[in-house]
Design a protein around this ligand. Structure first.
Ligand code: PEP
Length: 252
């Protein structure tokens, strides 16, 4: 089954409002003719309204980099799903490894955030991935399987229509070391088997699984040719319009 690729840019804590607007205005004409790939940019919260405005009427959707699990409340520094929908933002990244590493994100909080995102109608990009130590110890499937089971706990098969999984080996994020297409494909196939066991073959076959970790224009096409790789979550290279456009076009 051919799934529609989704290429998402995670801008992390880069780009002021002015810089974000300029970046997306540079990107728009470069990808304007792309019809067969879902294109998403995920700027910092402060840029979301400006980027939504700048992308109106284009084929670029906008996502947040996180979302809180509560509808509202005394959660200083957090942003709810309803607040994102009002902008309106369509996607949210959940459980990025930097959130897990620096902000005490756990599979439980990933699951809580995911349920809130889905209830508000957001499409969630749920990140999983092992560290280098875990890979060296042969624990990749145990770690990724546990993250999937915990992160997706309590979801119904129908919920998966709005879930994208991003396999992001921690050792490949921001390091310039990309997983080989074979390494990535192996884990993607494992993830799809795990989804099949949990939600059935139909859901597993329909769910998009992105690869993330030092995706660059020269690496994208071969990664995206792998049978179980349905897109990319791109950090550093998404900050340059030409590089991100080249990765999007590798998915066409
Ligand atoms: C990311 O932040 O999700 C990521 C994959 O970053 P990079 O492409 O820079 O490795």
């Amino acid at each position: 089954m051919k799934r529609r690729p989704c290429i998402a840019g995670n801008w992390k804590m880069y780009k002021t409002v002015a810089e974000a607007t300029a970046l997306v205005n540079d990107l728009k004409p470069l990808v304007a003719d792309v019809r067969t790939v879902d294109i998403v940019v995920c700027p910092p919260f402060t840029d979301l309204a400006a980027v939504v405005k700048a992308t109106a009427g284009s084929n670029i959707a906008v996502g947040a980099q996180n979302v809180h699990w509560a509808a509202s409340g005394a959660f200083t520094g957090e942003v709810s799903a309803a607040m994102l929908r009002e902008i309106p933002v369509a996607y949210a990244i959940i459980g990025h490894s930097e959130r897990r590493q620096y902000f005490a994100e756990t599979d439980q909080t990933v699951n809580d955030r995911l349920k809130a995102a889905l209830a508000a109608g957001l499409t969630a990009i749920v990140c999983v991935g092992e560290t280098l130590d875990q890979r060296t110890q042969g624990a990749t499937e145990t770690v990724v399987g546990t993250q999937l089971d915990g992160g997706l706990a309590g979801l119904a098969a129908a919920d998966m229509a709005k879930v994208i999984i991003a396999y992001e080996p921690v050792w490949a994020i921001g390091t310039g070391v990309t997983a080989t297409p074979a390494q990535a494909q192996d884990v993607h196939a494992f993830i799809r088997r795990r989804l099949a066991a949990r939600f059935g073959e139909g859901v597993a076959a329909a769910t998009r699984i992105q690869y993330g970790g030092s995706v660059k224009p020269d690496k994208a096409a071969e990664l995206l040719r792998q049978p179980d790789i349905d897109g990319a979550l791109v950090g550093g290279a998404s900050l340059k319009a030409a590089d991100f456009a080249a990765i999007v076009k590798a998915g066409v």
